[in-house]
Design a binder for this molecule. Structure first.
Ligand code: NAG
Ligand code: NAG
Ligand code: NAG
Ligand code: NAG
Length: 275
């Protein structure tokens, strides 16, 4: 009873503090880590963490940081230099996020060697440079989500395959989607014509993580062919989620390969589009 009351009273206090954070910013800075964690969690849920207020709540022992839909830029990521124990970071956006680039990611890569989960969904300005840095310096990565990051190419996949032995889930879906407006070619809209191809997928699935990979989302990657699907099935014996819908070059051959190469109950989820 006391315990329940105590924790709800604490939650109430934290909630009040969040509401008038700017007034108490110097006091917040001196709070113990467990209270800062509570503050961060509440601020995350409300999506109100910014470059400015993040400085006060960060602490060196921080392990999880959910910044999805928060207004954070590379300047904020630079402050994460002190968070050497960080395990998970979520920078996803429901809309496109332009304020995070590889410059910010390189800081995280060099400061947070224990990172295991990185979610960058729709961080459109992130390029291979950032992902390669993460792959090279954060060898404990297990989950990487770069869905909708339009700057990602084979180099990122090769780097993950080369360095991240315990990687089990990778999402690089929609890293080059169909044109949003019919008749307008996205490839021409972007300054580079490179995109994820079969060679990148082969580099990933044939790399050091091949036996750990369980989940790959490669849907809406318009340049992938049956060779990409077949290589996943050949090199990843423990794959159980494989999404490849919206890849117009992938044919019936992949469905046949699924039947031939995979045991009847192994797959939990598979998606494709019939063209
Ligand atoms: C990150 O946020 C997305 C929503 O944008 C969510 O689907 C995903 O589960 C989150 N991942 C982590 C590691 O919190
Ligand atoms: C993000 O990319 C857009 C073009 O897509 C560019 O105009 C903008 O300056 C970039 N933002 C940053 C912070 O680099
Ligand atoms: C990547 O993020 C998207 C959006 O939040 C989510 O739907 C997807 O399941 C994530 N991928 C993985 C492998 O967790
Ligand atoms: C598509 O993939 C092939 C090889 O799989 C490659 O030669 C070609 O350049 C790719 N197209 C683009 C636009 O990247």
């Amino acid at each position: 009873m006391d315990e329940a009351f105590g924790s709800s009273l604490l939650d109430l206090c934290v909630c009040c503090l969040v509401k008038s954070l700017s007034r108490y910013s110097t006091d917040v800075q001196t709070l113990p880590p467990n209270l800062k964690d509570k503050l961060i969690k509440m601020m995350s849920l409300q999506g109100i963490i910014t470059d400015e207020n993040m400085r006060q709540v960060l602490h060196p022992g921080l392990q999880k940081l959910d910044l999805r839909d928060c207004d954070i830029t590379d300047h904020g990521l630079i402050m994460l230099q002190i968070c050497t124990q960080l395990r998970e970071i979520n920078l996803s956006s429901s809309d496109y996020k332009l304020s995070i680039t590889s410059e910010g990611l390189k800081v995280i890569a060099s400061s947070c060697p224990h990172l295991s989960e990185v979610c960058l969904r729709r961080c459109r300005n992130v390029s291979d440079e950032g992902i390669v840095a993460l792959a090279q310096q954060c060898r404990l990565l297990q989950i990487v989500n770069v869905s909708g990051c339009l700057g990602i190419t084979d180099s990122s996949l090769h780097a993950l395959g080369k360095n991240c032995k315990i990687l089990h889930s990778v999402d690089f879906s929609a890293t080059k989607d169909k044109p949003l407006i019919p008749g307008i070619n996205l490839v021409n809209l972007c300054c580079t014509a490179s995109m994820v191809s079969d060679a990148g997928v082969i580099g990933l699935v044939n790399g050091v993580c091949s036996h750990n990979l369980k989940e790959i989302h490669m849907d809406r990657c318009v340049n992938l062919t049956d060779e990409a699907v077949e290589s996943v099935l050949i090199f990843c014996p423990h794959i159980f989620i494989l999404l490849f819908h919206g890849c117009p070059l992938i044919t019936d051959r992949s469905r046949e390969a699924l039947q031939q190469l995979v045991g009847p109950n192994q797959m939990k989820q598979v998606t494709w589009t019939v063209y």
